[in-house]
Design a protein around this ligand. Structure first.
Ligand code: EPU
Length: 343
């Protein structure tokens, strides 16, 4: 366990916002958490890749340092599903290290989620997703501790209320009240590539890789190549990946817009709803590559806001508001941040 007082969070948020917290506690075991149970305010972070600090945090920031991977215990009466394996993973494990581990050991499903920044615990809170796959598709259960009373609880997938970039852990009743300690994933021992989304096939063709002989490692590398080409590296320029969620709109509204913008990219959600890429709308509004003070819209992926150096939370929010205003004016659609603002 590590406890620091008056601690800089610069290395704990990928936006690179220079703020401090009153106390920082990194725990290695459930028992370490007893120091903070019942105290407030508490903020549990992963690698800070989806956070925007608006100022110093006047409370305790928690970070999990449990990084184990083990085969999940199967009860003697439990039927083991053929062709699958369950892995129980510590919440503090770096997400992409876990993805790499699964492929090295012949467990498949997470290939398309390669190189997403963050840690395993946050993957279950945010329901991270990319290239047609979401964490929820492979999450079996999430082991948590209630930070108000120390109670241990296992949330099974159905109890996590998962949807696009959402889980029960993000609702006002649960937010900040539970620490995720372990996530158990159910993965396949058979590789079944998912190639329908986000230009994967085009990239395979460009690299002269045949779908018939495609391996999981090759698919992982292709995803990594696509991401590196579009998304800024937080080590070089502070950012938190997609700043906004892609809005889901009623079909009638989508059809009206399509008359005006026949080339508008979109994804079917259900009979009544369509998802429109916010990055495309932001680019149409002329914001791609544009700056407002020390904050800017990334020049290769307009869904990403970047810190050009020395930005504060307020600088990023000012840009966010200007972008939202223009998108609303032009498309009549409200954008909602995916990033969590911490006051
Ligand atoms: N587009 C533009 N201009 C832009 C950006 C995108 O026209 O500046 C268009 C693209 O040409 C494409 C469409 O918008 O037709 C979608 O773009 P892209 O495939 O890059 O994905 P996205 O919808 O912008 C989402 C996720 C990403 C994830 C990608 C790939 C959200 C909020 N974002 O972005 O997730 O990597 O799909 O699956 O759903 C993240 O959450 O941090 C993240 C990077």
């Amino acid at each position: 366990m590590r406890i620091e007082e008056n601690y800089s969070l610069l290395g704990h948020n990928t936006f690179g916002i220079d703020v401090k917290c009153r106390r920082f506690l990194e725990y290695d075991t459930i028992d370490d958490l007893s120091y903070v149970i019942g105290t407030t305010p508490l903020l549990h972070i992963g690698s800070g890749s989806n956070l925007l600090f608006m100022g110093d945090y006047e409370g305790t920031v928690l970070h999990c340092n449990i990084q184990t991977i083990e085969k999940a215990f199967t009860h003697p009466f439990e039927r083991k599903l053929k062709g699958t394996e369950r892995l129980r993973v510590g919440a503090g494990m770096v997400w992409d290290d876990f993805v790499a581990y699964t492929l090295e050991h012949g467990y498949y499903g997470l290939e398309n989620l390669s190189l997403i920044p963050g840690e395993v615990g946050a993957s279950a809170v945010q329901n991270i997703g990319a290239y047609g796959v979401e964490a929820k598709d492979y999450i079996d259960s999430v082991e948590c501790v209630n930070l108000t009373n120390g109670r241990h609880h296992i949330f099974f997938n159905a109890g996590c209320d998962y949807s696009y970039r959402h889980s029960i852990f993000k609702t006002p009743e649960y937010r900040g009240k539970w620490a995720v300690l372990y996530v158990t994933f159910r993965l396949s021992t058979i590789f079944k590539p998912k190639l329908e989304y986000g230009g994967i096939r085009a990239e395979l063709e460009r690299q002269h890789i045949s779908v018939d002989t495609l391996t999981a490692q090759q698919l992982r590398q292709v995803i990594i190549d696509i991401r590196r080409a579009k998304l800024p590296d937080p080590q070089v320029q502070g950012n938190a990946g997609s700043f906004f969620m892609n809005p889901v709109v009623p079909r009638e509204q989508f059809e009206e817009l399509l008359k005006q913008y026949p080339a508008m990219p979109h994804y079917e959600v259900d009979e009544d709803h369509v998802k429109i890429p916010a990055g495309w709308m932001i680019e149409q509004c002329g914001w791609k590559g544009k700056a407002l003070g020390p904050a800017a819209v990334h020049d290769r992926q307009a869904l990403v806001l970047v810190n050009r150096g020395g930005a504060t939370g307020a600088d990023i929010v000012a840009l966010c508001q200007a972008v939202c205003r223009d998108v609303k004016e032009r498309f009549g659609i409200d954008l909602h941040p995916e990033v969590n603002f911490i006051e």
